[in-house]
Design a protein around this ligand. Structure first.
Ligand code: PBG
Length: 333
């Protein structure tokens, strides 16, 4: 017999054959589309660092939701740009807060029954200092330091989640990385009568340079210091698994991991270890670096986008939060 007997290329001849042996599928129903809601009416303000992404007023967000639903996208992840900010981040849990207004409007729209409405639970878009919790400062001048008070923040996060559930959130998604927040939020939701509202916990969230463009989109850059005392060190896989383990124990129904592309090993390890539904967030920097290369003509937009999403699914993410959701769904539809 002549060598080689095994010819891997036999199954690569023609698209029907390739489709037959394809291991990973992308479906619009696995995609979640993030929206940035801002005050006003008829506002559709481009985010300079994220081509194709906009700050949307509530009415525009409803239109966007209708399109997303038509495209078969699974759900929306809502972030808010409040009218004003303060030390505590009051805007996060106000009954008439920007995300609460959007949730109520979306619930009334025809799109609502076909979309999972997910509210991001965090304070950084609402605090004047841009940190994800209550800031405690000590000292003055060059020796001044600050910390984010974990336990004082829990109550504010819980309040935020309850107000979002009350406004119509189908899922709440804490992204702050405080310890114990899943349990605090679960308890508060249950006490307020929202025992059936699931928690999607950003359990594995790294302190990443790839969030840069988001901070412009959501106007949430920290005014001093950084987030490394609460978000994880990018060097740590075992720590990420512990974080996920703890959040599941505290009652998380689903887990979100982010960023996605630089952390495919984390997604893969978590997928093998845990039984809960898990998704990954292809974050702003991942999106914008691809967009930048598309603008320069250095990468083929369609192919690079679908390849990036397929890789995240192949690593083990059941669903993907991505700014490409609409573009991808149009192609997959
Ligand atoms: C809020 C939050 C951030 C992102 C999602 N939720 C920003 C951050 O932690 O600085 C980043 C998402 C993205 O980059 O697309 N804490």
């Amino acid at each position: 017999m002549s060598f080689p007997v095994t010819r891997m290329r036999r199954l690569r001849r023609g698209e029907p054959m390739r489709a037959l042996v394809r291991e990973t599928a992308l479906d619009p129903g696995d995609l979640i589309y993030p929206l940035f809601i801002c005050p006003g009416e008829g506002v559709r303000r481009p985010v300079a660092s994220m081509p194709g992404v906009f700050n949307l007023s509530v009415d525009e967000a409803v239109r966007e939701a209708e399109e997303a639903a038509r495209l078969g996208i699974a759900g929306l992840l809502l972030f808010g740009l409040p009218e004003s900010k303060d030390e505590q981040g009051t805007g996060a849990w106000e009954e008439n807060g920007i995300v609460q207004q959007a949730l109520r409007a979306l619930k009334q729209s025809a799109a609502a029954k076909n979309l999972v409405l997910i509210a991001d639970v965090c304070l950084c878009e609402y605090t004047s200092h841009g940190h994800c919790g209550v800031v405690v400062k000590s000292g003055d001048g060059p020796n001044a330091s600050f910390d984010v008070d974990n336990d004082a923040t829990l109550e504010l996060l819980a309040r935020t989640a309850v107000s979002q559930a009350r406004a119509g959130a189908g899922v709440v998604a804490p992204s702050d990385m405080m310890d114990g927040r899943v349990r605090a939020i679960r308890r508060a939701l249950d006490e307020a009568g929202f025992a059936m509202t699931p928690i999607l916990s950003y359990a594995s969230k790294f302190a990443s340079a790839f969030y840069g463009p988001f901070r412009e989109a959501a106007d949430s850059a920290p005014q001093f210091g950084d987030r490394r005392t609460y978000q994880m060190d990018g060097a740590n896989l075992r720590e990420a698994l512990r974080e996920i383990d703890l959040d599941i124990e505290e009652g998380a129904d689903m887990i979100l991991m982010k960023p996605a592309m630089p952390y495919l090993d984390v997604i893969h390890a978590a997928h093998r270890r845990f039984g809960v539904p898990m998704g990954a967030y292809q974050v702003s920097g991942e999106y914008s670096m691809l967009q930048a290369a598309f603008e320069k003509g250095w990468l083929d937009p369609t192919r690079a986008m679908l390849e990036s999403l397929t890789s995240i699914r192949r690593a083990g993410a059941g669903f993907i939060v991505t700014y490409f959701a609409k573009d991808a769904a149009k192609l997959l539809g």
